[in-house]
Write a protein that binds this ligand. Structure first.
Ligand SMILES: [Zn+2]
Ligand SMILES: [Zn+2]
Ligand SMILES: [Zn+2]
Length: 230
């Protein structure tokens, strides 16, 4: 995350807070201080911990409320990525970025791309919209998580949205027959529609959706395509 002039941010924040009345002013400035020193998309839980490490023992509710005040006044941005707790990040005036989120380890990567920004404005305009704001969140597996995955894995480990290739069916000939009965063959490309960790998996093969029990899915060995389109 790009650092800005923290000193200027603090002076600016103090001025706006003073206009609000002085209640809890010093405490709120201390929270801002600790927040500005971080360089991440921080959860409230982690922020309390950092504050406590500094000897500031504030009520969680006060910290939450102070952070939301920072959001209102344009110093912080509140973010909630799918499947993750609420996070706060710095708000740098005049600078915008978007996010890639790893659905396995939770890693958040920032990016900004002028071409993409212009394209979004153009798409909105094509539909008669004047774009005011947008959220561009790309969910996927980060490079480390991808590298950690074994080439062959049971279908139960595949993530929703992923396309995998059927490579092997454990359990011998009868298992292969069962697989064929379900409409699956070796080398089929299947897309994972739903795999919540409990109950059946929902897959798409060509234009058909298939529901497969976890027991049998455990025996279907799949791999990821090497490159998109493999
Ligand atoms: Zn953007
Ligand atoms: Zn990851
Ligand atoms: Zn960010």
């Amino acid at each position: 995350m790009m650092k800005t002039n923290d000193y200027f941010e603090k002076v600016n924040f103090r001025t706006l807070l003073e206009a609000d009345g002085n209640e809890g002013l010093q405490e709120r400035l201390n929270i801002l201080d600790v927040f500005l020193e971080t360089d991440e998309h921080i959860t409230l839980e982690r922020l309390y911990r950092l504050l406590r490490d500094r000897g500031y023992d504030y009520e969680p509710e006060f910290v939450r409320q102070s952070m939301n005040r920072m959001v209102d006044l344009g110093f912080a941005q509140k973010k909630q990525f799918e499947g993750q707790p609420i996070r706060y990040e710095h708000r740098h005036l005049g600078r915008h970025h978007d996010h890639l989120i790893c659905t396995k380890c939770g890693k958040i990567v920032e990016f900004s791309d002028e071409g993409l920004e212009a394209l979004q404005i153009r798409i909105a305009a094509m539909h008669g919209f004047h774009m005011l704001q947008h959220k561009m969140e790309i969910y996927g597996l980060c490079s480390e998580c991808r590298a950690q995955r074994r080439p062959l894995m049971p279908l139960t480990l595949a993530k929703p949205g992923e396309t995998v290739i059927v490579r092997e069916m454990l359990g011998g000939h009868s298992a292969r027959v069962r697989l064929a009965d379900m409409g699956l063959r070796l080398h089929d490309h299947i897309e994972i529609i739903n795999n919540s960790g409990v109950g059946r998996l929902i897959l798409a093969k060509d234009c058909t959706r298939l529901a497969i029990g976890r027991g049998i899915a455990q025996k279907i060995m799949v791999s990821l395509p090497k490159d998109p389109g493999d």
